[in-house]
Design a protein around this ligand. Structure first.
Ligand code: OOG
Ligand code: NI
Length: 484
């Protein structure tokens, strides 16, 4: 842990102020965002008023209401490394790898890490995260040699993050914070780096890139980066959706279903990008105003993080829903049916079957865990190694010796991200399927960033493991290895 001087603004305070600063700026730029935040706040207050403490199971209403994620887009490894230095100043580190190039029709030529706090107490103080997409101009499925060279030259010549900002950011990262007035200076410069530029956009160049991909145009066709969206967290996304629709705002309908069991992973929805005035420079060198639709609103509800095994179940459920929808079933009904069939109805069952991540706490007095026989039998069969002398985590949960507390999913979903991108594309763009794209994975992205990109699964597993060891030490026992 870094020791922080008294007059120092620590990383978490800088992060909270950064999120607030971006929200204030984005709200001025995109007034519809203010409406979304207002409706989100109303829904959250109502949910807490009607459901009481249970509504705050996955986060206090204060944390949930303050919670945001942002999305930005950059054009090269150099720009991604610089973005990483800016985020590091705010205690935000690269977590997760998302390849949006392979996400079906309308796939976009970007690969993305997210930047977020990693430690539980840092997340609790302020969980601000930014989904950061990097254009891949060396993917021949999207870009011919000429376009690639032009994009690379264009991106190389611009400066998204100036030297003064990077120097302050590096200092804040090294010292775990900054004193005033440097803290304010960092916040001012960092926020300004994500403002929508008023510099004219070369219309011909923009249009050329847009024929390949609107996202490529939004990254490689303009002189700076900007906040693409800021997403508030809501406690009841269905109520939010209904209310936005009542205001005449159309949302995408792909969100995972509302159902009576525990919320898992992430449910997101977005509304279509609004036309914003932008300045263009035309081929005849005249300058004029026009409009672009690239920035939109998004809202999300967060659920419990799934283990790799739980994620398999989830991915299979999503595939089955798609198949049923292809056969003509309405999505919400198909999804609810599959969810009811395959997903346990209680947190305890998720825990006992090793499908989701929890922290475990030794209970003073054993309490019954509502697990039905069906799932507990399934667990025994699936482990195949349970003997009378083995006490598993699941046994202790079923016996009420350990109480599971859900670990909230702090990350993103490639499918959902692809849907978000797609819902806001003017057109699908073009892609040459005969060619092969450049391979990217979490290791390669770590090399690009010259620092580890954390695997979210490892972070959740480590948190669970720490809590189990602490509970065991308290109880003076040792559990058998639980399947995960
Ligand atoms: C990012 C899209 C992904 C999410 O929440 O999954 C995303 C973008 O549009 O730049 O924000
Ligand atoms: Ni988003």
């Amino acid at each position: 842990m870094t020791t922080v001087a008294v007059d120092q603004m620590p990383a978490y305070a800088l992060r909270a102020a950064f999120a607030r600063g971006l929200a204030a700026m984005y709200g001025r730029e995109v007034p519809a965002y203010e409406t979304l935040v207002e409706v989100t706040r109303e829904v959250n207050a109502e949910v807490v008023a009607t459901r009481g403490k249970a509504a705050e199971r996955l986060g206090s209403v204060e944390r949930v209401t303050a919670e945001r994620h942002g999305a930005i887009r950059v054009g090269s490894p150099r720009e991604l490394r610089q973005a990483a230095r800016v985020f590091a100043a705010f205690g935000m580190h690269p977590v997760g790898f998302y390849d949006l190039r392979d996400a079906g029709p309308g796939a976009v030529p970007v690969v993305s890490p997210a930047f977020r706090p990693v430690d539980r107490d840092e997340l609790a103080r302020n969980p601000f995260r930014v989904f950061t997409s990097m254009l891949v101009p060396d993917d021949p499925r999207y870009f011919d040699a000429d376009t690639r060279a032009r994009v690379e030259t264009f991106v190389e010549a611009r400066t998204l993050f100036g030297p003064a900002l990077l120097a302050l950011a590096d200092r804040a990262a090294a010292e775990g914070g900054l004193p005033q007035p440097d803290a304010d200076e960092l916040l001012r410069r960092a926020t300004a780096a994500f403002a929508l530029s008023t510099a004219p956009v070369d219309r011909q160049w923009y249009d050329h890139l847009e024929r390949i991909s609107s996202v490529a145009a939004d990254i490689g066709g303009v002189p700076s980066t900007h906040i693409n969206h800021l997403t508030p967290r809501v406690l009841d996304i269905d109520a939010l959706q209904a209310r936005m629709c009542a205001r005449g705002i159309e949302m995408i309908d792909e969100i995972p279903p509302a159902w009576e069991g525990p919320d898992v992973l992430l449910r997101q929805t977005s509304f279509r990008a609004l036309a914003e005035r932008r300045t263009f420079r035309y081929a005849d060198r005249t300058v004029g105003t026009g409009a672009l639709r690239v920035r939109f609103g998004e809202v999300e509800q967060r659920g419990i993080a799934l283990t790799p095994r739980g994620r398999d179940v989830y991915d299979r459920m999503v595939a089955e829903v798609d198949a049923r929808v292809a056969d003509g079933a309405p999505r919400p009904d198909a999804a609810r049916e599959v969810w009811r069939r395959d997903l346990p109805r209680t947190e305890c069952e998720l825990a006992v079957r090793g499908l989701a991540f929890f922290t475990y706490r030794a209970t003073g007095r054993p309490q019954a865990c509502p697990v039905d026989q069906r799932s507990s039998g399934a667990r025994r069969r699936s482990t195949g190694e349970t003997t009378a002398s083995d006490t598993t985590l699941g046994d202790l949960v079923e016996a009420g010796v350990l109480t599971p507390e859900p670990i909230v999913y702090e990350d993103f979903l490639p499918r959902s991200a692809a849907g978000i991108f797609r819902s806001n594309l003017a057109a699908d763009g073009t892609r040459d399927e005969q060619r092969t794209g450049r391979a990217y994975d979490i290791e390669r992205l770590s090399e690009v960033l010259d620092t580890t990109v954390h695997d979210p699964m490892d972070l959740y597993a480590a948190e669970q493991e720490r809590s189990v060891r602490a509970a065991e030490a308290g109880l003076g026992i040792c559990t058998g290895k639980e399947p995960a």
